[in-house]
Design a protein. Structure first.
Length: 309
């Protein structure tokens, strides 16, 4: 297992910066017993000019708020305050290329009734910059994504990830790199922790919203395509149609943009190096380390870490 912290690591817990090794949570928490918490996966990058920048920080913390609200978890923090706290966590741990994990969790409560308070932690650990050229062998999972009528599927809720864990472990046990899950009607949905696109004759296609987490990276791929005049269509996608694609990729905060070699051992037609998808992978890589793209939120000025305009 990866090592996420050591005796020097500092995390943010309910407004305080504390040593990870000393931080505690209540073992009677409703979150531990029922998977009832929400979280975010965010990345920071060392920019081309050497500064530390959290990619799409506002979008991630707004999604955290929306996830909490969807699950009736009290949420009392403001986004600028949490972004400032996150930059401070990065600074205190001397991190630049990092994975950042905020979690909003419940107090002790064995019943199903709503709580009056929530807790929040923000943790960060080092992330290797960009996975690069490795292509994935993907397997169609025997697990489907949760029924959106049974869960708030657009919320990033911890409990949903039992489904992700089962699918990912099944794919690996069968010798594949990652799983592709369908929705309850058998249409292509997403990976255990990433959205997907396929490329066919110079256009991109991706599952419509409704059965997926609408990813922030997915939205970035839309932006990159719009800037390049590449047409993207959101639709219901069948597995057969996907296997006829020229190329395909996963995209997500942790995965970034990562190409597929094959689906169920059916190899994609185009050499990844000649695919439009590869150009988008490179464009994404440049976008995350750009220095001047996002305006600096006012609350962050004081930390002095983020000095872009
Ligand atoms: N789908 C699922 C199930 C995920 O866990 C993630 C990762 N958050 C994504 C899609 C991609 O979302 P994002 O680009 O916002 O990280």
């Amino acid at each position: 297992m990866a090592s996420y912290y050591n005796e020097h690591t500092i995390l943010f817990l309910d407004g305080k910066f504390v040593k990870a090794a000393d931080a505690t949570m209540d073992l009677y928490s409703q979150s531990l017993h029922y998977g009832y918490s929400v979280f975010e996966g965010i990345r920071s990058y060392k920019t081309t000019e050497g500064q530390t920048r959290i990619f799409k920080a506002e979008e991630h913390f707004e999604r955290l708020r929306n996830s909490a609200s969807a699950l009736n978890l009290p949420y009392t923090w403001d986004t600028a305050e949490l972004i400032a706290a996150t930059y401070e966590v990065l600074e205190k741990n001397s991190l630049q290329d990092a994975y950042i994990r905020p979690v909003v969790f419940a107090p002790a409560n064995m019943s199903f009734v709503q709580n009056t308070i929530s807790h929040i932690t923000i943790q960060a650990w080092e992330m290797q910059p960009f996975l690069g050229a490795k292509l994935l062998r993907v397997m169609t999972s025997s697990f489907q994504r949760p029924n959106p009528k049974g869960f708030k599927i657009t919320a990033k809720a911890a409990g949903h990830y039992v489904n992700s864990i089962l699918a990912s472990q099944e794919a690996k046990a069968n010798g594949f790199d990652e799983a592709l899950l369908t929705d309850m009607d058998g249409f292509v949905a997403e990976g255990p922790g990433a959205n997907m696109f396929y490329e066919k004759e110079g256009q991109l296609f991706t599952p419509a919203t409704g059965n997926i987490l609408p990813g922030i990276t997915r939205a970035t791929v839309f932006e990159l395509c719009a800037e390049r005049g590449i047409r993207v269509t959101e639709k219901q996608i069948t597995l057969d149609e996907l296997k006829q694609a020229d190329a395909a990729f996963f995209c997500g905060t942790a995965a970034e943009v990562i190409g597929w070699e094959s689906l169920d051992d059916v190899t994609f037609k185009k050499n990844w190096n000649n695919a439009l998808s590869k150009e988008l992978q490179e464009a994404f890589r440049e976008r995350v380390i750009e220095n001047h793209r996002e305006a600096k939120p006012a609350a962050i000025e004081q930390t002095g870490i983020l000095v872009e305009g």
